[in-house]
Design a protein around this ligand. Structure first.
Ligand SMILES: Nc1ncnc2c1ncn2[C@@H]1O[C@H](COP(=O)(O)OP(=O)(O)OP(=O)(O)O)[C@@H](O)[C@H]1O
Ligand SMILES: [Mg+2]
Length: 448
């Protein structure tokens, strides 16, 4: 990594240089703002460590210039005043992080670690290319694409939690990328060579599950002719990802709570207390606070889970990511389907950026797959995209029709069910109605 340090204290430059060179960085230094900018433009470092208070120039002006002219270069601010306003300003101007003066080497160290991680997590900036084809991912380490402020916050949090075993709750609408984030936390983290286990709580029925989760001893029940480890045990020192945690049956919630609390469990039919050393991640698109207040989720479980919460905003609230995501998906599609990478017209891009994306990133990806596969031409137009969206797009732009509200409702419900492949829980979430309501309506339509 190439790092430029701009600071007017020569002694500090020397000790930082020493420290960074030990971390195998190529280090450049500058004592003034002017000199710093000159070096930055000449050497194009990936990171600048910038003192805000320089003899010849205001650090904020340097920061602004660097962010504008060299967006690929990140800036860490060194600030002597514990002045929040200043720091916030710098973060708003696009500073990656800040460290306080007098400098504590540990603080730089953790800032650099974070920088390294985020750089790896956010490979969107130019995924390596082979003859115009996006590089294949190993299928495990996902790319997270995004440059919007809320996504930057997400990257920062991923970097902060991935090397610790703190429990993280990932909250966001369907299709916003919760699972990608969970996987990234695992595969960027210190225990990446240990298993990543997914427990889909929406498919956990009351029976079976306990033995699935905790394992069972030989003879625990009819058919248990050998001792088996459950998911929790198989995770070892890795990660257990509880997907759709809000759907976990109440009875299992108390068992899980005990596990989270003590990190201990007993196999079904067993008596030995086993220790777990796994990290817990959970995701939900439901309002857990509300569920906790009306008794559908144990509130003690809720408090346990949300030690750290990563909130993933819906795509419509971070439209600046759409174009980047579209480019990324088009490359990915080209690679996967072994076809030349398609591009889109500016009209198509505008449509992508203005559409509401109720299904978030997943809907964007699916629409682009459909458009890319169905369109012969190498350039996708606004119409191509429009057709692709309206095919599954639940809220797609459509001609007004003569249907009654009840008819539209029925059509919509059946369509959502179809998209969710008959999964009632998922359909309920999309529709924003309860399971009994959905059942009642299906009965009315003559479905069992
Ligand atoms: N920021 C992103 N960068 C790249 N791909 C993304 C991003 N966000 C989401 N995706 C892709 O979108 C799809 C949906 O993401 P994911 O499964 O993580 O969403 P989710 O929030 O878990 O959805 P659900 O609540 O429906 O389970 C996946 O194919 C994922 O790879
Ligand atoms: Mg998911």
């Amino acid at each position: 990594m190439r790092v430029l340090i701009i600071d007017d204290q020569a002694s500090l430059l020397d000790s930082m240089r020493f420290f960074l060179e030990q971390r195998k960085c190529k280090v450049y230094t500058a004592l003034t703002g002017k000199e710093g900018l000159k070096t930055a433009f000449r050497e194009r470092p990936s990171l600048v460590i910038l003192d805000l208070k320089l003899p010849d120039m205001d650090g904020q002006i340097i920061l602004k210039k660097l962010r504008n002219d060299m967006p690929a270069t990140q800036v860490i601010i060194v600030t002597a005043f514990q002045d929040m306003e200043n720091t916030i300003n710098c973060i708003k101007l696009g500073a990656f992080d800040f460290i306080h003066k007098p400098i504590d080497i540990n603080e730089i160290d953790s800032a650099l670690n974070r920088f390294d991680k985020i750089n790896r997590a956010r490979t969107h900036q130019d995924p390596p290319q082979k003859q115009g084809v996006a590089a294949p991912s190993d299928g495990k380490t996902p790319y997270i694409v995004g440059k919007s402020q809320p996504m930057k916050e997400v990257f920062k949090k991923i970097a902060m939690v991935s090397d610790s075993k703190v429990t993280v709750l990932i909250q966001g609408e369907s299709g916003t990328g919760k699972e990608v984030i969970a996987r990234t936390i695992h595969y960027q983290g210190a225990w990446k060579n240990h298993p990543f286990m997914v427990v889909d709580c929406s498919t956990l029925v009351d029976t079976l599950t306990e033995s699935q989760l905790f394992g069972y001893e030989k003879g625990a029940f009819t058919g248990a002719d050998v001792t088996r480890k459950g998911t929790l045990e198989l995770a070892g020192e890795g990660t257990i990802f509880f997907d759709e945690i809000g759907e976990m049956p109440l009875r299992l919630q108390s068992k899980l709570l005990r596990f989270l609390h003590e990190k201990e469990f007993i196999r079904v039919g067993g008596s030995k207390v086993l220790q777990s050393d796994a990290r817990i991640l959970a995701a939900t698109n439901l309002d857990l606070a509300k569920m906790a207040s009306n008794g559908r989720l144990r509130s003690d479980l809720f408090y346990r889970l949300r030690v750290v919460t990563i909130y993933v905003p819906p795509l419509r609230d971070r439209r600046s990511d759409i174009s980047l995501l579209a480019n990324y998906f088009l490359k990915k599609i080209g690679h996967k389907h072994q076809m030349p990478i398609k591009t889109i017209t500016s009209g198509a891009r505008q449509l992508l950026e203005s559409y509401a994306w109720p299904g978030n990133v997943r809907e964007l990806e699916n629409s682009l797959i459909r458009a890319a596969v169905l369109t012969k031409s190498p350039v996708l137009t606004r119409e191509d995209i429009l057709n692709a969206i309206s095919e599954t797009g639940v809220d797609a732009v459509q001609e007004p029709s003569e249907k009654t509200l009840a008819e539209v409702e029925k059509e919509h419900i059946l369509q959502v069910l179809k998209i969710k492949q008959g999964h009632l829980g998922k359909a309920c979430r999309t529709l924003g109605i309860s399971r009994p309501t959905l059942r009642k309506k299906l009965n009315q339509y003559g479905y069992k």
